[in-house]
Design a protein around this ligand. Structure first.
Ligand SMILES: C[S@@+](CC[C@H](N)C(=O)[O-])C[C@H]1O[C@@H](n2cnc3c(N)ncnc32)[C@H](O)[C@@H]1O
Length: 219
């Protein structure tokens, strides 16, 4: 099945509200568990970069898990950032900064980061090298990369089954978004080719029927 693009930025207020209120506990907890195992440094005190942070659920989880860290979290959608700022615990505010900016043009406060992570951004990008080039631009030797995204199912029937299996209890707008995201996602082979093109030596692993996990350390 060929990739079918969905709108790059999530700017519709209803869509943002539904996404911000959705229950992502299982995948986001799994993301953090895998990230924490890889980082293996509870007193990490550097700065991390969250690309395509949306309403900030993973940014919040990261900031809480690493109490000495600073996080710069970027998104091109102001409504998403408004949702993130509305949910931001004042205790985290001094070290969790939400930044409005569009990849790859955004100019970030630091020229490089110790950790770069991203969840569910890649499939939104019409041109996937936007993510890989941003990673390269803001990494330095030793930067740890942790990325999770959806994988495109083999056909429409499988995509519809996944919507039923994983979002049956969610509002219709979220079910529709999930369906469109599955159709816009890349295959393992496509992501592997993207990494070769970008000359990024990262480890690629399918971790569920619909998720890929991409990790590594920049040399
Ligand atoms: C599916 S959401 C993921 C949000 C969050 N990372 C999470 O896991 O809940 C993807 C986000 O990427 C943002 N986005 C898409 N293209 C972007 C770009 N070129 N630059 C910045 N943000 C972008 C969208 O606006 C949206 O908020």
């Amino acid at each position: 099945m060929k990739r079918i693009l969905e709108p790059e930025l999530m700017v519709d207020e209803h869509q943002v509200k539904a996404y911000a209120q959705a229950d992502f506990e299982t995948p986001h907890q799994d993301f953090m568990r895998r990230l924490s195992t890889l980082i293996n440094e509870p007193d990490f005190s550097g700065t991390a970069l969250d690309l395509g942070c949306g309403p900030g659920d993973i940014s919040f989880r990261f900031a809480k898990s690493f109490p000495l860290s600073t996080t710069h979290a970027v998104d091109g959608s102001q409504p998403m950032l408004n949702a993130a700022l509305a949910a931001l615990n004042p205790d985290l505010a001094p070290r969790l900064h939400f930044i409005h900016g569009l990849l790859p043009h955004v100019i970030l406060p630091q020229s490089n980061y110790e950790i770069i992570f991203s969840n569910s951004l890649l499939h939104h990008l019409p041109e996937p090298q936007v993510l890989w080039q941003t990673v390269k631009n803001y990494a330095r030797p030793g930067t740890r990369i942790i990325i999770m995204d959806l994988l495109r199912p083999a056909n429409l029937a499988l995509a519809q089954k996944m919507v039923q299996d994983y979002t049956a209890n969610e509002p219709e707008i979220l079910q529709r978004d999930f369906y469109h995201s599955l159709l816009a996602a890349f295959s393992l082979e496509e992501i592997s080719t993207q990494l070769v093109e970008a000359d990024l030596k990262l480890h690629l692993e399918q971790i569920s029927d619909r998720h890929v996990f991409i990790t590594g350390v920049i040399r």
